[in-house]
Design a protein around this ligand. Sequence first.
Ligand code: V47
Length: 374
Amino acid sequence: MSIDKSSPVALRDRLDAAGLGDIDEKLRAGQRLTLDDGVRLFECDDLLALGWLANRARERRHGRRTYFNHNLRLEATNVCVASCLFCSFARRKEGDPDAYTMSLDQAWNKLRERADQPITEIHIVNGLHPNLPFSYYTELLRGFKRIRPEVTLKAFTAVEIAFFADLYHMTDEQVLRRLIAAGLESLPGGGAEIFAERVRQKIASDKCGSERYLNIHRVAHRLGIKSNVTMLYGHIERYDERVDHMLRARALQDETGGFQAFIPLAFHPDGNRMRKLPPPTAADTLRTHAVARLVLDNIDHIKAFWVATGVDVAQTALWFGADDLDGTVQEERIYHMAGSDTPFILSTGQIRNLITAAGFEPCERDTMYKVLQA
Ligand code: V47
């Protein structure tokens, strides 16, 4: 059955019974979903009907193709002046138990010691360290480029960019320009959390606000840098705040076209100040990826980050709108310190097998989604 022809009666009945008939009509007509539509999708208890709609949108865009890359995670320091309630990774100051800051050589060694791996990306995220010089970050990038110039540097969340600007007395744009001159090629999506001020005030009150986060991505896009955008879900936010978050990302994407992927990040409660909350269920995770695929009609990729969702749920999310599994990751600490029991690395062979076993086609990409090996 071609997905573009009208649905058979049984399917239409199912969508009607799920209360999604009018949303299906809108999607067929190429109309955008509203806040209210998004909330109704979240509230729909027929997960398969929702998944069917999301998969149709996914297949229209990507067919069965599923992307991943060969990447390396680097978190050079966990010393952080911010006090986000959900964070299990940060340590307030040097000398606190488990606080660490890598020397530049220690950081570069992470790449040097993997000379045998065909890594195409290093994804760098750090705590907001109050005492390092700005040259630490520019040198970090330059050193990686010296070691392997072909490896793409996806580094520093918008929250870090804002922090650098304030700490080193520059504008956000000046920080971006200097990092780009040192080798920065893409911005990761971290730090978005939930844009709705009610939630952000409670869970991340002392770091860069939503408008600034979005504006830093706007400036990065203007400077020719692509980026991702994330959403931390499954804690104290409501469904309307999740959809509002997606709509704010969609609005910026209309303006710039610079977002490559949207990444729903499942909240992990271990070891942080929201530890009394349960983690989101698998059903919630599948639903969230599906709604993202349907609301975000202008962002190409929905990434199921297996370290956050769990490997099995990430694999299943491929039927719920996701078309990207991130990559090999390796060395991730933020989620593992918050209770993720996923492996520390997946080989590209394991990722290919996961994708194939779910009925999809693996496709190794680089950071810019150039296909390296289908
Ligand atoms: O901003 C921190 C989240 C993010 C917890 O751009 C937590 O390709 C759940 O942004 N439970 C960092 N989440 C990771 C990130 C990311 C991941 C994968 C791919 C990309 C990309 C970006 O991790 C933080 C925060 O939202 N986080 N603590 C926690 N306890």
